[in-house]
Structure formats: C-alpha cells, structure tokens
Design a protein around this ligand. Structure first.
Ligand code: NAP
Length: 324
C-alpha cells in the first residue's frame, strides 16, 4: 500500500485527488492548517477514510513533522493562495505561501527522505502575457499577477531540486479546471451559482469583470488523474495539462444561463471593481506530451462542465431553507 500526503486538502483539487488515490488503495493524509480549521469537519465528512495531519506552508518545522509522521511515498503540493484577485491585495502573503511554501516543503522532503516523489501544482497563469499560442512545456513564462509570479518561482524551485538533488520532483502546468466543488469566488462557480439563484428568484444580477479573456477550462476530476500519473513514470518531468480548447468568459456565462433558460445579457453586469490591474488574455494548452507519455485525456467538455456546475448549484440552492 502506498502512502500520499496532500497539501491543500480542503481545496477543490485536494478532495478529488484524495478520492482518486483512495480508490487506488492508497493511504491518504491531508495537511490541515490552523488550530480549529472550520473546513476540517466538512472534508472529513466528505472523505471519512482520509487522515488529517497538522501543518502550514508558512511553517518549516510543521512540514518536517508532517513528512516524518506520515512517511509518504508521494507528496502532492496543492496548497496555495490560489485566487488571483487576492494575490493582488495580499502579494507578500501570496509569495510566502504559493512561492516560498514550495521551498519549505521540498526542504522538508530533502531532510526526511529524498526518495519521496513530489508533485507541484503549477499553473497556466505562469504563461501570462502569452509568447505563443497554444502554450506547451517549452513556452517562455511571462506571469501577470503576484499569483503567477509566485507559481513561476515554485515551478523553477521544483525543477531546481530535481536537478540539484536528484529528487523525483514534477511540475504539472495545469490550465483552469473547475467542478461543483470550485470555490464561490472563482468566475465559473460564481456564474453557475448566480444562474441557479437567479432562476430560483433568490438573486437579481451577476456582477463580473472583463468578459473577453479566453480560458482553457477542464474538469478537476480529470486533472487530478494527471497529477497521479506524473508520479508513476520512470523519470520526473513537467507536463502541460489542458483541453486544447478555449472559450471567453462571456461564452461561459451564456452556457450557464442558457442551461436554466435565461438570457445572460439580461442579468450580467460589468463592474469595474472586478477588473484586474493586468490580465491574461488567451490561454490554450498544448498537452501533446501528456497525452503521449501519460496517456492522459480529458473526459468532460466545456459545455458539460458548466452545465454540471449549474445543476449542482440548482440542487444545493433548492435545498437551502427546506426543513431537514
Ligand atoms: P483552492 O481550492 O483554492 O485550495 C487551496 C488550498 O490551499 C486550500 O486547501 C487551503 O487551505 C490551502 N492553503 C492555503 N494557505 C495554506 C497554508 N498557509 N498552508 C497550507 N495550506 C494552505 O485551490 P484548487 O483549485 O484546489 O487548486 C489546487 C492547486 O492547484 C493550487 O495550488 C492552485 O494554485 C493550483 N492550480 C489550480 C488551478 C485551477 O484551475 N483550479 C489551475 C492551475 C493550478 P484552507 O482551506 O485552510 O485555506
């Protein structure tokens, strides 16, 4: 039986990855931060066989202790400040957690057991002001937010530990991936949630930023499979993961509202408060390497993904307020 330690266990990908690994007979530990993290109970209810271990990406000794206690074969670093607008408002904290946190975790692994395999959750946001279309493992980075800059640091740190210490460290450059478990602050879930609530008469409008940027959106359940596959190869490497199809934020709104028989133009309003100081305009993945070497393929297309999220929000919002 293999053992995995996942940071970011309370996030979207953490729960999908834990379920995937448990399905493969792994023993799975999730790193939980804070003295009474309110999400601990929810994650434990969702995945009862998951074990939680205390630690924080800001705290070196807690990471060493977590690796010593759990003795993992594989560590997946999904923990981060991952919401780009927050990274503009709290750039130093973002650098500390999303960037330096990678060094702290790699140091903990290096000190405890260099044979542990390591996955770093890198991001298409590292491509930022894109230098080529589509983006592959060889496309130069040009990050456009404190989040993108911190992820770029984490990516190069991962490559550096692989090359300097001969560690099995992989960086997965993942494009946007969503699900019904996506945080409500992210544009896709904000939209699916609003479409459901407007349909149910609980909300009147949806305030959004720029609707023109294009994103390559996939399903989180598909993307965690790729993370695991990367750590099962003979050699550590970096892989781009995405669908290879791109859509505007406006198209995403249209699909969500259409699904509940509403016209998005009647409800979506632009609000300058949601504009970013700098944006990323055209993200589209070239995942040929992952498809060939990992045998990875996405299974959920863009429309099905957005509809899945709206259906889930309709169900949840219909249940809210009903007697239990
Ligand atoms: P998410 O839902 O925002 O989850 C972030 C996780 O990080 C949460 O579990 C959070 O824990 C944890 N965290 C925050 N600060 C921490 C700290 N100081 N120490 C330990 N853990 C901390 O993110 P996600 O969507 O699952 O994404 C997983 C990873 O992939 C992230 O690193 C993200 O940047 C990256 N990524 C995501 C996408 C995407 O489209 N989803 C694309 C590319 C890369 P709390 O609950 O305690 O706050």
């Amino acid at each position: 039986m293999k053992t995995a330690l996942i940071t970011g266990i309370t996030g979207q990908d953490g729960t999908y990855l834990a379920e995937h690994l448990l399905g493969l007979e792994y023993k799975v530990y999730g790193l939980i931060r804070g003295q009474n993290n309110p999400k601990a109970e929810a994650v434990q209810r969702l995945i009862p066989s998951l074990e939680l271990v205390e630690g924080d990406l800001l705290d070196q000794s807690s990471l060493i202790a977590a690796v010593e206690i759990t003795q993992p074969d594989e560590v997946y670093n999904l923990g981060a400040i991952s919401f780009i607008p927050l990274s503009w408002r709290q750039p130093v904290l973002t650098s500390e957690i999303t960037g330096l946190g990678v060094t702290r975790l790699l140091e903990a692994i290096r000190m405890v057991n260099r044979d542990i395999r390591f996955y770093q959750a890198s991001s298409s946001e590292m491509f930022g002001k894109v230098r080529e279309v589509p983006q592959s493992e060889t496309t130069p980075f040009h990050p456009r937010s404190p989040y993108g800059v911190a992820k770029t640091y984490g990516h190069y740190t991962t490559v550096n530990y692989r090359e300097s210490y001969d560690m099995f460290a992989c960086s997965g450059i993942l494009f946007n991936h969503e699900s019904p478990r996506r945080g409500l602050e992210f544009s896709t879930r904000k939209t699916s949630h609003a479409a459901a609530r407007i349909k149910l008469g609980k909300q009147s409008e949806l305030l959004m930023g720029d609707l023109t940027p294009k994103r390559d959106w996939g399903y989180a359940g598909d993307y965690v499979r790729a993370m695991h596959l990367m750590l099962q190869q003979d050699e550590p490497d970096d892989y781009v993961i995405g669908t290879g199809k791109t859509h505007t934020i406006q198209e995403m709104c249209a699909v969500a509202f259409e699904h509940v028989d509403l016209n998005w133009q009647e409800y979506v309003r632009k609000d300058p408060r949601f504009l970013r100081p700098a944006d990323v305009n055209l993200l589209i993945a070239d995942s040929a390497k992952a498809r060939e070497k990992l045998g990875w393929e996405p299974t959920v297309d863009f429309r099905s993904l957005i509809r899945m999220m709206v259906d889930s929000d309709l169900k949840q919002e219909s249940a809210v307020g009903e007697p239990v």
